[in-house]
Design a protein around this ligand. Sequence first.
Ligand code: MRU
Length: 339
Amino acid sequence: MRTIFWDDGVVMVDQTLLPERFEILVCKTVHQLAEAIKRLAVRGAPALEAAGAYGIALAAYERDFNDLVEIKKHIQDAARLLASTRPTAVNLFVGIERALKAAMSGDSIEEVRKLALQEAERIAEEDVERNKKLGEYGAELIEDGSTIMTYCNAGRLATVDWGTALGVVRSAVSQGKRVKVIACETRPLNQGSRLTCWELIQDGIDVTLITDSMAGIVMQKSMVDCVIVGADRIVRDAVFNKIGTYTVAVLAKHHGIPFYVAAPRATFDWNRSMKEVTIEERSRDELIYCGNRLLAPENVRVYNPAFDPTPLDLVSAIITEYGIIREPYSENVPKILEL
Ligand code: MRU
């Protein structure tokens, strides 16, 4: 089943409830979708690309309009609302922009609706195809019997289907390779323990959960052959991914373990540098509560950035649907991706 799709509204797996409950959430308005994005019911950069695009289609269908001017104005307002939900994953903006451009080229209310939805469906299809391609390329890097560490969730749930980092794992497994995964829990929202472990167990892939603070010891004990993570935005000097990725990359470098990033072309924002990217800061409650239980004094000062930049010199290779890109990135990224 796809993580996000269109069926008279934007339909998604509600990721906040996993692994306790598997529930489907249907957003019938752009406001509902914006809330779903903010509270991470849908999350992961490629899934956000589809969500942004479907959001534009939703704006076109969510109510009646008197004329072309009115529907286009409503869609532009919706694009601004969707773009204000989360700042770091560039794919969200790519999805919004593509569907917006398609919608704006329509000459009637019906055509605007059709074009917006067509583009959103195209983006969703493309995501599945590019993840399969990326997975095939990435699987070349995986030897039979490997143990792969991953961080956060860059799997089916973070994309429309298949996954990026976990897409590589799935492709290697489907080629008959025996692969084991070590999943870091990924505090504070535990995408690793809740989502990565859940989806790998669903697929019968061998997974072991560790806390983020155990990443060092498993590398020291030679229990990891390589690390593969996804990305929210790749700029010319760094890869932005879930907070804690940078720490794992430093550890991997120290232990001589390859650190791979798996991401589609749409995740590249090559004209920008690390300093120009806004890192989302999230609620203090994510650190001081576990459900209703206090984990820290309620009045403690909290710093809760959701992403960190890993400098590109810590990255052994970037796995894309166009092939595997290695250093020098300043030359090879624009050449291979035609950016
Ligand atoms: O805050 P999230 O859960 O949206 O963060 C997601 C990540 O950091 C993923 O690793 C990234 O989006 C890559 S998903 C293929």
